[in-house]
Design a protein around this ligand. Structure first.
Ligand code: UD1
Ligand code: CA
Length: 451
């Protein structure tokens, strides 16, 4: 039976010094909470219950927008982690499987770790706690083991005696237990401790009283990293980027200078993609096999197909779809536009709300004038069309297949297939005029100096 997941996310996150709920701060351009929801989805959780409090409305919007499976319950007063879990009691009524408790501010717990914990449950432990070793256990709960290696209790740092404080094996916060037992034990928890809080960690000692086996599963301390301040947020970002770069390279992408490439949580990169220095990916981008991203490009919400070349210094914004072997070169911005197979936008252009046909060539400095101050309008450019340099395309407008525009044109009327559109002042030649004007200006200057 697939497990349920409860994600604790009600805390204020005081140390973030922020108006935004802590779990909505971002790592990899994605709210912390989403990282945890994705882990729950990765293990195919039957139910995902988010316990929200501070900023609950915002938390709900973000969670549901990401996945409709998420349910939000409210903890209006934060009385401790056991009290938080208790808020999911109603939502899990009738559910008969295992429950994982995860935190919304601990984004690097992955499906492999949870699967290992499920394994420990199958092996007979009633409660499984995820622990990690650290040289600086500071404020973490300490895991107290019995001589047989099983778990006997979790002692919070504030309640620990000197010997217990020296223990380096700490509670990550992640716990797995069967639903029925979990809520039975929570009923027995009181708040007589240093914090006057209802500690979820007390379920271990209560289970031991019933002679039930509790055990631990280890994970690296980085995976258990919880975020409480902006300093820790930056540390988490660094860890996320480091592991993501490694993953991308192991999957077959070349990163010329890995440390300078920044990925989002959901960036997808195919094999034999090369990414040069200083490239930044925002959310929702796919780069297909064999595409080439040159230095200093900023890319979000884009789909880059096989053989496409982007940059250097390109900006792809949401809705940029680059077909096979297309090119978007230096100082070009593309937004909400389909760039056809083999089409080229090589220099200094803005292409927004547009469709560009197969093998079309967009000259340097071309601008789609897509916004009239009120609404956005589309520009359609046909196959093999040739847009002359410095053309302003005033949308809505259509340039036909095999059509052309003259350099420097302002094009506000459709151009039929195969036609040339010119929208610029006709050039005149006035013989000798340049010299005449120069002499006139010089004489005027001499006259003024004499005054
Ligand atoms: C908790 C654990 C500790 C563990 C540590 C790991 C308990 C009693 N202690 O301590 O053993 O080492 O996490 O990081 O469980 N929350 C709510 N509602 C509440 C209280 C907390 O939603 O009423 C949420 C917080 O937003 C946070 C998480 O639960 O995401 C953990 O709460 P926090 O108060 O930070 O617990 P710690 O003292 O860090
Ligand atoms: Ca904490």
């Amino acid at each position: 039976m697939k497990p349920a997941v409860i994600i604790l996310a009600a805390g204020m996150g005081t140390r973030m010094e922020s108006e935004l709920p802590k779990v909505l701060h971002k790592v990899g351009s994605t709210p912390l909470l989403i990282h945890t929801i994705q882990t729950a989805l990765d293990i195919d959780a039957q139910k995902i219950i988010i316990v929200a409090g501070h900023g609950a409305e915002l938390v709900r919007d973000v969670a549901l927008d990401y996945n409709q499976k998420a349910e939000v319950v409210i903890q209006s007063e934060q009385l401790g982690t056991a009290h938080a879990v208790d808020q999911a009691r109603e939502a899990l009524k009738g559910f008969d499987g295992d429950v994982f408790v995860l935190y919304g501010d601990t984004p690097f717990i992955d499906a492999d770790i949870l699967t290992k914990m499920s394994g420990a449950r199958t092996d007979g432990a009633s409660i499984v706690v995820l622990g990690f070793e650290t040289k600086i256990p500071s404020s973490y709960g300490r895991l107290i083991l019995k001589s047989d290696g099983n778990l006997d209790a979790i002692i919070e740092a504030k309640d620990a005696d000197k010997d217990q404080k020296n223990i380096n094996f700490c509670n990550s916060g992640v716990i797995c237990a069967p639903r029925k037992l979990l809520f039975e034990l929570i009923n027995e928890i009181d708040n007589t401790n240093a914090n006057n809080e209802y500690y979820l960690t007390d379920i271990v000692k209560l289970a031991r009283k019933r002679n039930l086996d509790c055990t631990t599963v280890h994970c690296p301390k980085e995976n258990a990293m919880g975020i409480n301040s902006r300093v820790e947020l930056a540390e988490a970002e660094a860890y996320f980027q480091k592991t993501t770069r490694t993953k991308m390279m192991l999957n077959g992408a070349t990163l010329v200078d890995p440390e300078t490439v920044w990925f989002a949580f959901d960036t997808v990169v195919g094999r034999d993609v090369t990414i040069e220095q200083n490239v930044i990916f925002g959310p929702n981008t796919t780069v297909e096999t064999g595409a080439y991203i040159r230095a200093f490009s900023h890319i979000e919400g884009a789909h880059i197909s096989t053989g496409a070349i982007v940059g250097p210094y390109a900006r792809l914004r949401p809705g940029a779809e680059l077909a096979n072997n297309s090119k978007v070169g230096n100082f070009c911005e593309v937004k909400n536009a389909q760039v056809g197979e083999g089409a080229k936008i090589n220099h200094l252009s803005y292409v927004g709300d547009a469709t560009i046909g197969y093998n079309a060539n967009i000259g340097a400095g071309t601008i789609t004038c897509n916004y009239d101050g009120v609404s956005k309008h589309r520009t359609e450019i046909g196959e093999r069309a040739f847009i002359g340099s410095n053309t302003a395309l005033v949308a809505p407008v259509r340039i036909g297949n095999d059509a052309m525009t003259g350099a420097g044109s302002v094009i506000s009327k459709n151009i039929p297939d195969g036609a040339l559109g010119l929208g610029r002042a006709r050039q005149k030649i006035k013989e000798g005029f340049a010299l005449k004007i120069l002499n006139k200006l010089k004489n005027a200057k001499i006259a003024t100096n004499k005054d």
